[in-house]
Design a protein around this ligand. Structure first.
Ligand code: AMP
Ligand code: ZN
Length: 468
């Protein structure tokens, strides 16, 4: 299996540290809002990497954190007049719902930064003892970047270029030894959550959180560290510096980064308002279609999101689900039980699609080509399975399709999910029924919607609805 490693900028053969096992850490979201479809890309991509590893028989220990203390969380808490913890708890719950709807497996462990402060204090102390960190007068602790000889090895940046870049930025009120030094611990401001430490009451810097959580749940040396490409610098570069300076070992063997998701060919950005939450997309589409869309491109390529491309993904997925439904129907209704000799030969012929699927996934998780192999299997099934097929033949083809789709996280059985348009139509019909004093029909529609988890509320501005 070949994996593109950001460290070497090459595709490398994947060799785990321990035979049969994979230790993998994926940087998770900062929880101050519903996740957007950009955040969904690493979740779906790396869940698929995990699924393929499991398909190959590896035991995968998959750790993905929630960053639950951060400026943005605190800002939101102040705006709402609630605690930072209330905000982070709320959006962790919501994020987990979205993950489930996208069929992203829960991680083996989802650590929270705020629960790991002890480990952070320990790592910072070790870094100070080893001379890799220092506390400034105000209690801020900085990492001594230049002391870590290999700084820049992941992002392929040169320290002097970085320094030149820094000179243009006016740094005021900071008492760092060097402008390249970054924060490990910072003093609290009024009203902010804080923890006691030997240096000041304060909170951790973002980078130290991941170094500590990876170490605690996976160990000092891990196989794969992953995240979006925006994290390469400074986040992952700093994680390497902290972990390797502290532990004296190579932190992660393979660094894998996904490309960015754009909207209508523009960078998706919260500040410019051109972003969609996963929840919004879920109102219009089954989120299986969003998953299928994400996997239709190579994970390292930039991916453009548009209504047309989403429609295309939805239609592609439909083709697969129709073929699967047909096979299920044939299996259920077949007269003959066992495969004929001809069918045995045909089934053998379909091995080639499995080989093509695996070959694509072996080549740095080329899900786009893997999906083509699934489409070839779909076409093969549509052509070769019919009313005269045996139960065994239809069943085996269905199983084969299911195995490949399971690696992609695509579920072959359709979910009976009601979409926004259908809800609006039913509400309009209910309004019309009420106008005609057909209250029986109006109540019936309310019941239909309620069964599908849709709650109606009659307000003065009209009928409002929400999902349970
Ligand atoms: P954040 O909550 O910003 O720390 O992001 C959580 C994860 O989502 C990180 O791995 C980011 O790299 C990733 N991410 C954020 N925005 C995008 C985007 N537009 N496209 C792809 N990945 C993204
Ligand atoms: Zn991280």
């Amino acid at each position: 299996m070949k994996v593109y490693n950001t460290l070497s900028r090459k595709k490398e053969e994947f060799v785990p540290l321990e035979a049969g096992k994979v230790k993998m850490y994926v940087c998770g979201p900062t929880v101050y809002n519903l996740i957007h479809i950009g955040n969904a890309r690493p979740m779906i991509v790396f869940d698929t990497v995990r699924r393929y590893m499991e398909y190959k028989g590896y035991e995968v220990n998959y750790v993905s954190n929630f960053t639950d203390v951060d400026d943005k969380i605190i800002k939101k808490a102040v705006e709402e007049g609630v605690s930072a913890q209330e905000i982070s708890q709320r959006y962790i719950e919501e994020c987990k719902k979205d993950m489930e709807a996208m069929n992203v497996k829960p991680a083996t462990c989802h650590p929270l930064a705020t629960q790991e402060i002890g480990g952070m204090l320990e790592m910072i102390s070790t870094l100070i003892e080893k001379g890799f960190a220092y506390a400034a007068e105000d209690g801020t602790v900085y990492f001594r970047t230049r002391k870590f000889q290999e700084y820049g090895k992941l992002s392929h940046k040169n320290l002097d270029d970085l320094q030149a870049g820094h000179r243009d930025i006016k740094v005021t009120g900071e008492n760092k030894e060097d402008s390249l030094d970054f924060v490990l611990w910072k003093p609290k401001k009024d009203g902010e959550p804080y923890w006691e430490s030997p240096w000041c009451n304060g909170r951790p810097g973002w980078h130290i959180e991941c170094s500590v959580m990876a170490k605690k749940y996976l160990g000092e040396e891990i196989d794969i560290h992953a995240g979006g490409e925006d994290l390469i610098f400074p986040h992952h570069e700093n994680e390497i510096a902290q972990s390797e300076a502290c532990n004296g070992k190579i932190f992660a063997k393979y660094w894998i980064h996904n490309g960015f998701l754009n909207i209508d060919n523009k960078k998706m950005s919260k500040s410019e308002g051109n972003f969609f939450t996963v929840r919004e997309i879920g109102e219009k589409y089954n989120l299986q279609a969003l998953r299928f869309f994400m996997l239709s491109a190579h994970y390292r390529s930039p991916l453009n999101f548009s209504a047309d491309l989403m429609e295309a993904a939805k239609n592609g997925l439909e083709r697969i689900l129709n073929a699967a439904e047909n096979l299920r129907h044939l299996e259920g209704n077949a007269a003959a039980q066992a495969m004929t000799e001809a069918e045995t030969g045909l089934f053998k012929d379909s091995d080639v699609f499995v080989q093509k699927f695996e070959k694509s996934m072996e080549d740095d998780f080329n899900t786009a080509d893997a999906i083509s192999a699934v489409f070839e299997l779909v076409k093969f099934s549509n052509t070769n399975a019919g009313e005269t097929s045996s139960k065994e033949f239809a069943g085996k083809l269905y199983q084969r399709m299911g195995q490949l789709c399971d690696v992609l996280g695509i579920i072959l059985e359709r979910e009976e999910e009601i979409l926004e348009e259908e809800i609006e139509n039913l509400i309009a019909e209910r309004q019309a029924a009420r106008k005609e004093k057909n209250f029986a029909r109006a109540d019936e529609i309310r019941a239909i919607l309620s069964e599908k988890g849709i709650i109606l509320e009659d307000t003065r501005e009209g009928v409002k609805w929400k999902r349970e």
